[in-house]
Write a protein that binds this ligand. Structure first.
Ligand SMILES: C[S@@+](CC[C@H](N)C(=O)[O-])C[C@H]1O[C@@H](n2cnc3c(N)ncnc32)[C@H](O)[C@@H]1O
Length: 258
């Protein structure tokens, strides 16, 4: 996918932040010159355009807009802070204070942010799709909030643009306490509108048995996968269904490391 970078029509002089982003991403900057985004995209033979808006990247692809926003993670953490029950993903992972957490499928980063908030330890997120990586890494990096607990949790996450199998193969044994997978569902939940732009950009491949086996070698405590309970993926890949997941459509499977 060819992605170009530009500014908004009103702020068409690139600032220091965009310069850093361009250096890091290696993407090409195209001056806006008051052109529409479809015109700019077509003229440059691009598939998508990143607009630097209010200090963060927004990616426009087809009719969809993709940007980093931590609202899902914020709601989940707020629920715990107000005593409204413990997060199911966190329970399935068995996250304890100080645990290191490798999120092999970062996406919007909601699960990684929840893990980061609860553990306060080393958190790494891997993302294979370049469009998602650029937007989420820089959206996280430039995210500011009066809620220090949220900002700290987000800034603790190290985002790496890599296929998880390649990354896992290079890891020594017992490198992370918890290793987590949330691949794109085999059958998308049509009701999940917030995920629509992500679906256009995401790598849809199923999780491979090799990645699970490498994760089991590289994990200290537990390997966890999120999937639809009826997908057959837990059985195919050797995960036990986490208790309590049975009545929900979405479940968590786990493999404990001895
Ligand atoms: C369902 S989303 C993850 C959502 C995420 N758990 C969250 O809380 O926002 C799956 C993500 O994993 C990425 N992905 C798929 N296969 C991958 C791979 N082999 N290595 C790294 N990332 C991968 C996709 O591009 C997509 O962004």
């Amino acid at each position: 996918m060819k992605i170009i970078v530009t500014t908004t029509q009103s702020k068409d002089i690139p600032d220091e932040n965009i310069k850093l982003f361009l250096e890091d991403s290696g993407l090409t900057y195209i001056p806006r010159q008051r052109k529409s985004l479809p015109a700019l995209t077509a003229e440059n033979g691009a598939d998508a355009v990143i607009v630097w808006e209010d200090g963060r990247p927004l990616l426009y692809v087809d009719d969809q807009k993709f940007f980093f926003h931590p609202s899902m993670a914020k709601n989940r953490i707020s629920g715990m802070r107000h005593g409204l029950g413990y997060d199911v993903m966190a329970k399935a992972c068995g996250i304890e204070t100080g645990d290191s957490f490798l999120d092999c499928t970062l996406g919007m980063g909601a699960d990684a942010i929840v893990a980061s908030y609860l553990s306060g330890g080393k958190i790494v997120g891997l993302e294979k799709s370049p469009g998602i990586y650029h937007v989420i890494k820089w959206g996280m990096r430039n995210y500011r909030s009066r809620m220090n607990w949220l900002e700290d949790a987000i800034h603790r996450i190290r985002v790496i643009p890599q296929d998880h199998l390649d990354f896992l193969k290079e890891l020594p044994e017992h490198s992370f306490d918890i290793i987590y997978f949330d691949p794109m569902f085999r059958k998308p939940l049509l009701s999940s509108q917030p995920l629509a732009p992500l679906r256009l950009l995401a790598d849809p491949a199923p999780l491979s048995p090799e990645a699970v086996s490498e994760a089991c070698r590289a994990a200290r405590k537990r390997v966890v996968m999120k999937e639809l309970v009826t997908s057959g993926e837990f059985e195919r890949l050797g995960f036990k269904l986490y208790p309590g997941s049975k009545h929900n459509r979405i479940g968590y499977g786990y493999i404990d490391i001895d």
